[in-house]
Design a protein around this ligand. Structure first.
Ligand code: TYC
Length: 113
């Protein structure tokens, strides 16, 4: 059977649309946004309490925790870690709840990286 071009192949009736080439669509892979957890200085929370918080909720050893506590004390704030939104939110809530239960005004917050 003969292959006959038809008028429906192209708008101008000149043949079919197939360019005979694969056309790739570039799809950018989105990395999930990350969030910094910040610890803020205040005049009342005891240094040992802050060190304990950093060990307990951020898995830091004593020396690392002491160093970050001192940075916050001297500079006013420091980044304690960078996490996905869900983890960062949980850390902030844990620290704020723990500080409140011990009646310390320690503040912890998160910021998009
Ligand atoms: N500035 C507090 C003090 O002198 C210590 C402190 C450090 C408080 C870090 C909060 O996030 C903080 N007792």
């Amino acid at each position: 059977m003969a292959i006959t071009p038809t008028m429906t192949d192209r708008k101008d009736g000149s043949g079919n649309d197939d360019p005979g080439l694969a056309v790739k669509t570039r799809t950018r892979t989105q990395r999930p946004p990350m969030y910094k957890v910040l610890l803020l200085n205040d005049d009342y929370t005891p240094m040992e309490f802050v060190v304990h918080v950093l060990e307990r909720f951020f898995g830091l050893n004593h020396a690392q925790a002491f160093e970050i506590m001192l940075t916050v004390h001297k500079k006013g704030l420091a980044v304690v870690g960078v996490f996905s939104y869900e983890i960062a939110e949980t850390k902030v809530a844990q620290v704020m709840d723990f500080a409140r239960r011990h009646q310390h005004p320690l503040q912890c917050t998160l910021e998009k990286e």
